[in-house]
Design a protein around this ligand. Structure first.
Ligand SMILES: Nc1ncnc2c1ncn2[C@@H]1O[C@H](COP(=O)(O)OP(=O)(O)O)[C@@H](O)[C@H]1O
Ligand SMILES: [Mg+2]
Length: 345
């Protein structure tokens, strides 16, 4: 099959993006509900638009709504609309997003944030395509396609009881996952060029920046390729915008990158975890960090065959600090380095 470098407004040539393009193409022709998952900034909204604008509904409205951004009561009336006098301040009858999206597509973004009482009401819309406005008794029928997006692990949320299982299955008819940028780094150079073009296009040609153009030096690209991109494509987009506007020489050197690009320690653990997926309801940071520390200490002791100075070097610690940590964690057991036996911890 041919390799595509873009699809709708999505850019990327990685195998993950190829699979994504094929998936979008297939689901566009159907009318099924799709659940789009991926870390923040991976392009979930863009994928939803790509589905809508490739579907038979393309001429009709695409209505996005961020379920996490609005308090519950307001969200209810935003989704379902309200009748005049339904609550203080409801001076007029108002259509909700479900009605506005009639014949088109609605994107329920950050669906994992939806309050339980609204989860029940959404279930009915999914099953029957009907609802009442807030304060109303007349049943309104709509013809719409429902897309949902989340950066949370909804299946995990159903196990915890924060998200209804029946709603999850209704939404997850077709799951589409977008990989984080750090797992498809071959897309980075293309995305850089793409955003340079976009932001250069917004500069006056007569401006200094517009005249000299923008070159990312190979050393800079190197650092960018090694970076873990916790904010994914959105983070890349913002950085390029800043380069285009603030750059004075037309060249971007490694020095022009923010300090976080050189923070190797942070790189190690933010790539492992995402707070929203691991612990949507919060966590105990200190316990978590202690566990990670213990795990690495145990591993270092195993790799070094129990030789503490070697283990300390592996972790970039001096021997004294390492011994202190061993003691504090109760891991300070006698081991015989010569037999190369793994320590009994
Ligand atoms: N593959 C891509 N190609 C081009 N632009 C992208 C791509 N993925 C994301 N973007 C851009 O990055 C930004 C964040 O995308 P968005 O869809 O809002 O992400 P999410 O909803 O997952 O947080 C948007 O400006 C979007 O246009
Ligand atoms: Mg979004």
């Amino acid at each position: 099959m041919e390799t595509r470098t873009s699809f709708y407004k999505l850019i990327g040539k990685s195998s993950q993006m190829q699979r994504l393009y094929n998936m979008i193409e297939k689901v566009s022709h159907a009318d099924s509900t799709v659940l789009i998952t991926g870390e923040s900034g991976t392009g979930k909204e863009l994928v939803a638009k790509a589905i809508h604008y490739n579907s038979i509904r393309a001429e009709n409205p695409f209505i996005p709504l961020n379920c996490g951004a609005i308090p519950k009561d307001l969200l209810e009336s935003e989704l379902f609309g309200h009748e005049k006098g339904a609550f203080t301040g409801a001076i007029n009858t108002r259509k909700g997003r479900f009605e506005l999206a009639d014949k088109g597509t609605i994107l329920l973004d950050e669906i994992g944030e939806l309050h339980p009482s609204l989860q029940v009401k959404l279930l009915r819309v999914l099953q029957e395509r009907e609802f009442e406005r807030v304060g109303g008794t007349r049943t309104i029928k709509v013809d719409l396609r429902i897309l949902a997006a989340t950066n949370k692990d909804l299946e995990e949320a159903t196990k915890k009881g924060t998200f209804r299982e029946d709603l999850f299955y209704r939404l997850n008819v077709i799951p589409i996952h977008i990989s984080p940028l750090r797992e498809r780094k071959d897309d980075i150079p293309m995305l850089i060029d793409h955003f340079i073009n976009i932001f250069m296009g917004k500069m006056a040609p007569s401006s200094q920046q517009g005249e000299q153009g923008l070159t990312i030096l190979p050393e800079t690209l190197d650092v960018m390729l090694k970076y873990h991109w916790p904010g994914n494509v959105r983070e890349l987009e913002t950085i390029i915008e800043r380069f285009v506007i603030l750059n004075e020489t037309g060249m971007v050197a490694p020095d022009d990158l923010p300090p976080r690009f050189f923070d190797t320690k942070q790189r190690a653990d933010t790539s492992i975890v995402s707070l929203s997926q691991m612990a949507p309801d919060g966590m105990d940071l200190q316990t978590y960090l202690d566990d990670i520390e213990t795990s690495f200490i145990v591993q270092a002791m195993e790799i070094s065959g129990g030789v503490k100075s070697k283990a300390a070097t592996l972790l970039g610690l001096n021997r004294t600090t390492f011994l202190e940590k061993l003691k504090k964690k109760g891991l300070d057991v006698k081991t015989d380095a010569k037999t190369n036996e793994p320590p009994a911890i």
